[in-house]
Design a protein around this ligand. Structure first.
Ligand code: ADP
Length: 446
C-alpha cells in the first residue's frame, strides 16, 4: 500500500455536535526510525476542519475551514447521519472515493488508504489501545454505552454512520480512557468493597486522555527542540479546562493519577457538572425533593458547576464578564478547586517540573491562570504576567492549521526565576487521533 496516499479523517461525535478534521501525511516512514519518532506529529498535515452544532434542533450550524477559505452557515441537520453525509458530500469525499479511489491502484483499492479515527470516550476495562473496529467490535462497544451514557452512544453513532457511508475505509476507535490505563491500582480503586471492581470493573478510568497524550507528544518535541533532551520535563501536572475539565499527574509521559473517575462527573467543578461532592448529597436531595434517579443525574451533570453557582451560564468566557456576587463566587470556586488538585498532584509526584494549562479555558484565560498560580508560590512557581496575557491574546487570535508548529502551540508563561515551568498549550485531539491511527497501521505493517 502506498502509505504516502493516506488520508485520515478524525471525528469527535458528541450528542449534538460533530467535530471533523481531514489530515494527510507524507514522509512518515522516511523520517522516522521508530513509531515514537518525535518528528512524526509534524508530518501530519491538517487539510480541513469542520464543525456542526445543534444537531436535531432548529438552531443548527455548519463551519468549515480549509487552506483557502472559511465558511459559516446556519443549517439544520435532523441527525448524525444527515450531518456526516452532508460533510462528506460537501468536501467531495464520497465522490472522491467512488470515482477515483475505487479504481484499483497497485493492486489495492485506494479506499483502503482512508483511515477514519473516532474519538471514543470510555473504553472500559477492555479497550486500552486503539482499535480497528470490525462488526463484532461494534456490538461489544455498544455494551459500553451504559457506563458513559452521555458520551459513548453518540461516539458509537458516529462510528456506525461512517461505517455505512465509507464501508471500505478502516474505522479506528481511539479511547480517552486509554492514556490512564497504567494508573496504579492504589490510585485507581475506590475504597468501596473490592468485589464491585472485580465484578463490575468499578474504578477510576479518567478521561481527556487523547488531549493529555497529545500534550505529552508535543513536549517530547518541545524538549528536544529547546533543550536537546527528550526527558527534560519529567514531572508535569496538566490541566485540561474546557466545558468538561480535568487534571492529570504525568510522570515521564505516563498518567499516574487524574481527577475524573469511573465517569466524567468526578473531580473538578465544570461548566455544568458538579465534580467532587459528598456522595451522600444526591441521596439527601432525592429524599427532600422526591426526585427520580434521572432528575438527580440531570442536576449533577447538567445543572451544576459554573451554571449551578452563577445561575447564569455554564460558559466561562461569558461568566468572566459578569460582575454579580454569584458569578464571582462561581469563578472563585472554579479556580480554588483547580488549586487543590494541583496541590494533590504535586504531592503525588513529589514535586513538579512543569504545569500546563490547555483546553478552551486553559488556553484562553490569562485571568484563570493568574488566579490559580497566585496560590502556587510555595512550589517556587512564578508566573510572568506579560507572557501570560500575550499567550491568551495569541491563542484568541490564531487558529493553527496545516502542520503543528511548536512555537505556535506551546507558550511558556513563567518568570525566568520560577523553579516550575508553566505553559499555556493549544491541544489538538483530532491530530492526536490521526497520529495514533497511523501508528496502529505502522504496528500492523511490522
Ligand atoms: P469542550 O470541552 O466542549 O471541547 P472547549 O475546550 O472548547 O470545550 O472550551 C470551552 C470553554 O472555553 C468555554 O467555557 C468557553 O467560554 C471557554 N473559552 C473560550 N474562549 C475563551 C476566552 N477567550 N476566555 C475565557 N474562556 C474562553
Amino acid at each position: 500500500m502506498p502509505i504516502e496516499d493516506l488520508k485520515i479523517i478524525s471525528i469527535n461525535s458528541g450528542s449534538s455536535s460533530i467535530k471533523f478534521s481531514v489530515f494527510d501525511f507524507s514522509g512518515y516512514f522516511e523520517n522516522s526510525d521508530s513509531k515514537n519518532c518525535v518528528t512524526s506529529l509534524n508530518n501530519i498535515n491538517r487539510v480541513l476542519s469542520c464543525r456542526i452544532e445543534e444537531i436535531g434542533t432548529e438552531y443548527g450550524s455548519f463551519y468549515l475551514k480549509d487552506k483557502n477559505k472559511t465558511e459559516n452557515e446556519k443549517r439544520n441537520f435532523s441527525d448524525h447521519e444527515a450531518a456526516l453525509k452532508f460533510i462528506l458530500q460537501k468536501i467531495a469525499f464520497i465522490d472522491h472515493l467512488t470515482e477515483e479511489y475505487e479504481k484499483k491502484k497497485n493492486g489495492h483499492s485506494a479506499s483502503d488508504n482512508v483511515l477514519v479515527a473516532h474519538r471514543y470516550v470510555h473504553g472500559g476495562k477492555d479497550y486500552v489501545k486503539p482499535l480497528i473496529a470490525g462488526a463484532e467490535d461494534v456490538k461489544k462497544l455498544a455494551g459500553l454505552n451504559d457506563i458513559a451514557p452521555l458520551h459513548n452512544p453518540s461516539n458509537l453513532k458516529g462510528l456506525e454512520v461512517m461505517k455505512s457511508l465509507l464501508p471500505n475505509a478502516r474505522q479506528i476507535c481511539i479511547f480517552d480512557t486509554a492514556f490512564h490505563s497504567g494508573v496504579p491500582d492504589y490510585a485507581a480503586l475506590y475504597p468501596i468493597p473490592i468485589e464491585y471492581y472485580e465484578k463490575f470493573g468499578i474504578k477510576k478510568y479518567g478521561f481527556h486522555g487523547i488531549s493529555y497524550a497529545f500534550i505529552v507528544n508535543l513536549f517530547n518535541i518541545y524538549n528536544k527542540h529547546k533543550y536537546g533532551d527528550e526527558n527534560f520535563i519529567k514531572k508535569t501536572v496538566i490541566c485540561h479546562l474546557g466545558n468538561g475539565a480535568s487534571v492529570c499527574a504525568v510522570d515521564n509521559g505516563k498518567s499516574v493519577d487524574t481527577s475524573m473517575g469511573y465517569t466524567p462527573l468526578e473531580g473538578l467543578m465544570m461548566g455544568t457538572r458538579c465534580g467532587n461532592i459528598d456522595p451522600e448529597v444526591p441521596f439527601i436531595l432525592k429524599k427532600k425533593l422526591n426526585l427520580t434517579d434521572d432528575d438527580i443525574n440531570k442536576i449533577l451533570n447538567k445543572k451544576s458547576g459554573l451554571l449551578g453557582i452563577s445561575k447564569k451560564t455554564y460558559d466561562f468566557k461569558e461568566l468572566a464578564e459578569f460582575d454579580d456576587e454569584y458569578s464571582k463566587l462561581a469563578l472563585k470556586m472554579y479556580a480554588y478547586r483547580i488549586v487543590k488538585f494541583i496541590g494533590q498532584y504535586a504531592a503525588v509526584l513529589n514535586g513538579i517540573d512543569a504545569l500546563v494549562f490547555t483546553g478552551g479555558i486553559g488556553e484562553n484565560s490569562d485571568l484563570l491562570r493568574k488566579e490559580v498560580c497566585a496560590n502556587l508560590t510555595y512550589l517556587g512557581l512564578k508566573l510572568d504576567g506579560k507572557k501570560n496575557s500575550a499567550a491568551a491574546k495569541y491563542f484568541q487570535s490564531h487558529n493553527p492549521f496545516g502542520t503543528v508548529n511548536i512555537d505556535d502551540s506551546v507558550k511558556p508563561i513563567n518568570d525566568e526565576s520560577s523553579s516550575v515551568k508553566v505553559f499555556a498549550v493549544h491541544t489538538d485531539e483530532e491530530l492526536q487521533m490521526a497520529y495514533e491511527s497511523i501508528n496502529l497501521l505502522n504496528d500492523l505493517k511490522n
